[in-house]
Design a protein around this ligand. Sequence first.
Ligand SMILES: *[C@@H]1O[C@H](CO)[C@@H](O)[C@H](O)[C@H]1NC(C)=O
Ligand SMILES: *[C@@H]1O[C@H](CO)[C@@H](O)[C@H](O)[C@H]1NC(C)=O
Ligand SMILES: *[C@@H]1O[C@H](CO)[C@@H](O)[C@H](O)[C@H]1NC(C)=O
Ligand SMILES: *[C@@H]1O[C@H](CO)[C@@H](O)[C@H](O)[C@H]1NC(C)=O
Ligand SMILES: *[C@@H]1O[C@H](CO)[C@@H](O)[C@H](O)[C@H]1NC(C)=O
Length: 423
Amino acid sequence: PRSTSSGPISVDLLRKRYGPANQSSVEDWGVWAKNQKEILRSKYGQNSNSRRSSGENLLTNQNADSTYYGTIAIGTPPVSYNVVLDTGSSDLWVADSSCGSDCSGMATFNSAQSSSFTNLTTSFSITYGSGNAQGSLGKDVVQLAGFSVPNQVFAVCDVISNGLLQSPISGLMGLAWQSIASSGAEPFWQTLASSGTWDEPVMAFQISRFSNISQARTLEPGGTFTMGALNSSLYTGDVDYVNLPQDAVTYWTLPLTSLTVQGNSVSLGTGQNTYSAIDTGTTLIGGPQSAIAAIYANIPGSSPGTGDFQGYYEYPCNTNVNVTLSFGGRSWSISSADFTMTKVSGNMCIGAFFELGSSNPAWIIGDTFLKNVYSVFRYNPPSVGFADLSKTALAMNAPGGNVPTATIGSVIAVATGSGTRSN
Ligand SMILES: *[C@@H]1O[C@H](CO)[C@@H](O)[C@H](O)[C@H]1NC(C)=O
Ligand SMILES: *[C@@H]1O[C@H](CO)[C@@H](O)[C@H](O)[C@H]1NC(C)=O
Ligand SMILES: *[C@@H]1O[C@H](CO)[C@@H](O)[C@H](O)[C@H]1NC(C)=O
Ligand SMILES: *[C@@H]1O[C@H](CO)[C@@H](O)[C@H](O)[C@H]1NC(C)=O
Ligand SMILES: *[C@@H]1O[C@H](CO)[C@@H](O)[C@H](O)[C@H]1NC(C)=O
């Protein structure tokens, strides 16, 4: 609760291991890759504009071991839950205590144990790739990053498809705009921003990179999420802001105005064909088929993936791929390490850019890009800004850091990541 000061407070993020549980199985990577694609197609499908009336929700990837999450607290007394902090959706959603074996190992919400909970007895349903989750809406005190919202509407889900949630994650907090909330409720962040609770109308992410570190553990420090201010020790230079198009204050939408591969420009079209969701809850980068094909046409030896890797491309692993993106302002580079999704055979790798198919917005810009910048989501004027990461931020991309623990509420499920990667 913020009683005495309104200064910024940061939350530590955790990073789950990227990719399938068995990192040495190409088959498992194929299933994981296919899943990524289907989840995004469902999250950003053609029906996205009717989501509110249909009651379908946007949910981030729950199956992919490639998620950045933080800890919130709900109720009186407060209990802590790990949730994906997802700028690609707008609802808060946690597992119910009656969820059963699909929720083993994670904290679940027991409404009977919170004296401040109100049941709104409104049903709620989420469709997510091949699975779904259902429950009801309620309201209660929710806390994050030192901020507290007393009557936050959220969904408590008791029917959850097998595998939809992976311990120790209990749910998801949407950080996009109310206009696309399935619940219709004002998102936690927007309540704080619109009520002037924040010093500055911004929230910001610095997320870590462990995908190219062989001894990375299942859980590693994930970076920092800050609400109400920027943390000047995490970036250098100025934040380069670009305003959201006025017709697209839904996701954190920016036009992708330029993309280069090995120094060559790729043709992107105009208008809505360039609209991109800046999405912390998505691992990779999805885009229109023609643009994705054009990217790989600049990488000698690349070819379309087959089987589970359909929609992806393979390319020679020893290529140093240099992709840059611009959203109307500065140009930002994606490291060659982030361009590599996984190795599939002797010398061939799968790239992190894949064909999204029909999607609105046309592009989903996930963590593959966001690991390379400090990213700022500004309420007013609605805009997204990027800046270069500082040496302090980059130093966090190294083994040996402490995995953060909850700082508010009683912790009823503890993350136990300590295994090492097998590749
Ligand atoms: C800013 O980030 C640094 C480095 O992670 C951290 O030590 C510091 O506490 C943060 N400052 C604020 C105000 O959150
Ligand atoms: C992981 O996959 C590899 C290659 O398919 C296989 O040899 C190994 O037994 C698998 N490991 C586990 C733990 O399933
Ligand atoms: C809210 O009420 C409905 C209908 O009575 C019930 O099915 C549901 O389990 C309740 N939700 C919670 C979180 O207690
Ligand atoms: C990547 O390409 C851009 C645009 O051509 C260029 O400015 C930049 O120096 C390149 N970066 C690396 C690491 O080669
Ligand atoms: C991982 O990739 C980053 C970005 O390219 C690079 O700076 C870093 O040295 C790499 N780390 C390792 C252990 O290879």
